[in-house]
Write a protein that binds this ligand. Sequence first.
Ligand SMILES: [Zn+2]
Length: 419
Amino acid sequence: MDWKTLSFCSLTLDYLVIVYLNFRQLFTYKKFIKTNKENKDLAEELLLSSLRYRQTVFKIVATIYSVITYFIFLHFIYPKLWNLSIEITSTDSLLKNEIIGTMLFFALKALLNVVLNFPVSFFSTFYLGDDELNLKAFRVFVQDKALAYIFSIFLYFPLLTCSILIIRSFYTQHSWIYCTVLDFIYQFFIEFIYSPMVKPMFVQMINLPDGDLKNDIIQVCKKTGYNTNSVLISLDTAAQNSTQHLNIYCSPYFKKQVIIHESSFKKYSKEDVVSALAHEIYHCKQHDQLKNLVIQTLNNGLFFFLLNHFIQSPTSFSDFGFEYDSLYIGYLVFSFIYGPIHQLLFNIFSTILVRNQEFSADLYSQTQLGYNNLETLKKILKIENGDKLVDYYYSLVFNNYPSVIERIKNLELLLKKSK
Ligand SMILES: [Zn+2]
């Protein structure tokens, strides 16, 4: 099988599964709407479900639209665009050609993407979103798209240039190992050093004043063996509207501290904050974040290893009609081929793992420490307007974290079993 056929099969398989799962979710809404149509007590939920139903229909249409455009791009437009970019920029140095050609190709490709995605984002903003369509809103919408385009060029030009220069200068058979290690170090830095220690410096925070609340929080820390006396309230306005429910953070390594967003105190009771904190500390104790990072690194390592194989293959570029080799094109094309492996195998594996971590943390807070975590979860579902209709397989592939309703159902089941 040549690379082009492989990419076609892989892309088709991937999208068939995506569409199938979306249909499953769609029927979950449909069934609910049909059976409860007359129930006046559920009027609000019915309204929400029909909105989510429409959003899912739109997602299916957008998916089909994007698979068709991806297919046309990959098999017809990208090769022509790349060959053209190289011919325009032809200098006498191969490396210079690759860098300038990549910039040109990237700029054209990004522009084409903006144009082709325009109907999808237009529809989702003005018909499914809250925005009302008028001249001013439309102007802002177009302005945002243009700014995002310019921003991506400013960001990617230096990044791509450096990557090409480094990889071409130091390339060996084992480069994929160095890439994997570097990737791990970078992710580790962001997650365990930058986020808990550097980022808070730029966010307004205050110490939680002494009192009952602080005593209760310190009590949880003591009970769970997470030794810290530092409890901070974050006043970060950017995080205020984030979808994250009960915004509590505790860093597992280096500097132990508890950071709670002020909105959590406004929306939830002291009991809720404490039970959610116990859940978070359990993740730290089990090194869950680190485990997930290692698995993510293994996945990236596999990607780099296979990418190396793909770029080395004598037919990888010619199969698609690319007349000149390129690291960026190799990366781009291979991402399409690797997509299903990532989506179907890795995602499912990692979400099963994350699910178990979440369920165990809920159970720990409820049974080991004796907090009413079940009540807290029910409150989160209500306050955050969480979706109560979730198809198991849809959620397994698309939701990195289990939805609140899944956590509630699982905890109820475990509590019933233990009785
Ligand atoms: Zn959790």
